[in-house]
Design a protein around this ligand. Structure first.
Ligand SMILES: Nc1ncnc2c1ncn2[C@@H]1O[C@H](COP(=O)(O)OP(=O)(O)OP(=O)(O)O)[C@@H](O)[C@H]1O
Ligand SMILES: [Mg+2]
Length: 427
C-alpha cells in the first residue's frame, strides 16, 4: 500500500525521544527539546475508603509523581520505578501517565492537530511498536505518526545517513551500523555498560574513601568543611520514612552530579604519569564536604575502556565487553565493504559520552583495532546538548523536511490497515 501524503504547513510535528534516563519532547524545527523529563516515576498505592468497607476493604488506587520537582520529594510508601526495560517500554500504565503528563502539562497542545515522530531503540519489539501507534491514533487522535530508530535520527543530526553510531546512554552502550538510513540489525551490538555503571563505580570509590553520600532531601543546614574535617550538617526534622528505592534514587542523583563534575578519561590507556599530572577537581558534596578528587577522576571511567578497572562483586559476569569491543565487534559483523564505511564514519552520541575525553579515547582505541588499510574517522558534536539530544535533534530536522511528508502514516492509513501498518511502513 502506498502511503498517504500528509502535508503540514503551519503545524509543527511533535518529536518524542524516549530514553532510560529521560524522556525528551518538543516541536520539530526547534534546536533542542523543550522538555527533558526524568524517566523514573514515583508510585504510591493508596487505598480509597468505600462506604461499605466490609465488602472489599477499600479499592487500591495509584498516585504518580512525575518530573523533577515531584519525584524528588520524600514521601511514605512511594516507590521510584522505571517503566522501561532494555530501553523498551515495559509498564504501559506508568508510561501512559508519563505521556499524558508530557502532552497535557508540558506541551499543552491539542494532539488532534499535530503529527508525531517517536524514536525507538533498534531492537524494539513488534507489539510495543504497534501499541505506540494504537495510542497515537486511538487515544490521542493524532492526524499522522511515525516511528524511527533513535540511532538513525542521531546520525541524521550529524548530517549523515550511513555510519556507525556509538551511543552510550545510562543503561547501555550500543554500536549501531546504519546504511542509507537503515539499521543493519544483525550487526547491532549492545551491552549493559554506561552511565549507571559509572554511578556504581563512583559509589564504590567514595565508599572506599569513607565518604558518606547524603542526599539533598535530608539536609537542613550545612557548613562547608575540608576533607580533614568531619562533615557538619543538620538533618531535616519530620522526614517521612522513605522506601529503599527512593533513597537509592536520591543517592544516585548526588553521585551523578559528582560524576558529571569530576570525571575525565585519559586519551590513552591510563598510566601513573597521567594520573600524577591530572589536576585535582574540587567537589563540594551536598553535606558541605569539599574534597579534591585526584586519580579517582581517571580510574573510575577507565573501566568503560578496560574492564579490569571495574570494582565490585559480580562485575565479571555483569560486563563482557568494553566500549571499544562494542564498536569493533559491530564493525566486524558487517560485510567487508560496509565495514570500511563504518570505521570511516563512527559517530559518538549519548549522555555518557560527555565524560571528558570519551570520544578521543574511543578514537585512540579503535585506531588499534581497525584494519590498517582502513581510514578511521571518529566524530562527535562538540556541544554537550547536541551529543545528549542527538536523536531528538535528528527527529526535529527530519520531521520538518518536505521530503518526509510521504512517510507519515496518516489516520486514514491506520484506519484502513490497523496497527500492523507500523511494520509495513516504519523501518
Ligand atoms: N555532563 C555529563 N557528563 C557525564 N555523564 C553525563 C553527563 N550528562 C549526562 N550524563 C549521563 O548520561 C546518561 C544519560 O544519557 P542519555 O540521555 O543518552 O541516556 P538515555 O538515552 O535516556 O538512556 P538509555 O540510552 O540508557 O536508554 C546518564 O547516565 C547521565 O548520568
Ligand atoms: Mg539512549
Amino acid at each position: 500500500m502506498s502511503g498517504g501524503i500528509y502535508m503540514i504547513d503551519d503545524i509543527s510535528p511533535i518529536v518524542f525521544d524516549l530514553g532510560s534516563y529521560s524522556f525528551r519532547a518538543g516541536y520539530g524545527g526547534q534546536e533542542t527539546p523543550y522538555f527533558d523529563v526524568p524517566s523514573h516515576v514515583g508510585v504510591r498505592e493508596v487505598i480509597e475508603r468505600t462506604i461499605d468497607e466490609t465488602v472489599d476493604g477499600g479499592k487500591p488506587r495509584k498516585e504518580y509523581f512525575i518530573d523533577t520537582n515531584m519525584i524528588n520529594v520524600p514521601r511514605e510508601n512511594t516507590e521510584i520505578v522505571s517503566y522501561l526495560k532494555n530501553g523498551m517500554i515495559e509498564d504501559w500504565d506508568i508510561f501512559e501517565q508519563m505521556w499524558d503528563y508530557i502532552i497535557t502539562r508540558c506541551l499543552g497542545c491539542d494532539t488532534k492537530e499535530h503529527p508525531m515522530l517517536f524514536s525507538e531503540p533498534p531492537w524494539n519489539q513488534r507489539d510495543k511498536r504497534e501499541k505506540i501507534m494504537e495510542l497515537a491514533f486511538e487515544k490521542y487522535n493524532m492526524p499522522a505518526s511515525y516511528l524511527m530508530k533513535n540511532a538513525v535520527l542521531a546520525l541524521f543530526s550529524g548530517g549523515r545517513s550511513s555510519g556507525l553510531v556509538l551511543d552510550s546512554g545510562a543503561t547501555h552502550t550500543s554500536a549501531i551500523p546504519i546504511h542509507d538510513g537503515y539499521v543493519l540489525t544483525p550487526s547491532v551490538v549492545t551491552q549493559p555498560i554506561g552511565g549507571d555503571t559509572i554511578v556504581e563505580q563512583c559509589k564504590h570509590a567514595l565508599e572506599k574513601q569513607n565518604i558518606e553520600i547524603v542526599p539533598n532531601y535530608k539536609i537542613a543546614h550545612k557548613h562547608e568543611v575540608n576533607e580533614n574535617q568531619k562533615p557538619k550538617w543538620t538533618k531535616k526534622t519530620n522526614l517521612p520514612e522513605v522506601s529503599e528505592s527512593f533513597e537509592d534514587f536520591a543517592v544516585k542523583r548526588v553521585v551523578e552530579d559528582f560524576a558529571h563534575s569530576t570525571l575525565q578519561l585519559c586519551d590513552t590507556p591510563i598510566d601513573p604519569d597521567f594520573m600524577d599530572k591530572l589536576p585535582a577537581a574540587s567537589y563540594a558534596f551536598p553535606c558541605g564536604l569539599r574534597k579534591d578528587i585526584l586519580s579517582e577522576r581517571a580510574k573510575v571511567p577507565e573501566g568503560l575502556f578496560d574492564l579490569k578497572y571495574l570494582r565490585g562483586e559480580n562485575v565479571k559476569q555483569q560486563y563482557q565487553m568494553n566500549v571499544t569491543d562494542i564498536a569493533a565487534t559491530a564493525c566486524g559483523m558487517c560485510d567487508n565493504e560496509i565495514r570500511t564505511q563504518m570505521y570511516s564514519n563512527v559517530y559518538v552520541v549519548g549522555g555518557n559520552s560527555l565524560i571528558m575525553g570519551f570520544p578521543e579515547r574511543l578514537n585512540h582505541e579503535l585506531a588499534l583495532r581497525c584494519p590498517a588499510s582502513v581510514k578511521l574517522r571518529v566524530t562527535w558534536a562538540p556541544p554537550p546538548v547536541e551529543r545528549r539530544f542527538g536523536a531528538w535533534i535528528g527527529g526535529s530536522i527530519v520531521s520538518c523536511q518536505p521530503s518526509f511528508y510521504q512517510y507519515w502514516v496518516t489516520k486514514a492509513d491506520y484506519d484502513e490497515t490497523g496497527k500492523s501498518i507500523v511494520e509495513k511502513r516504519c523501518a
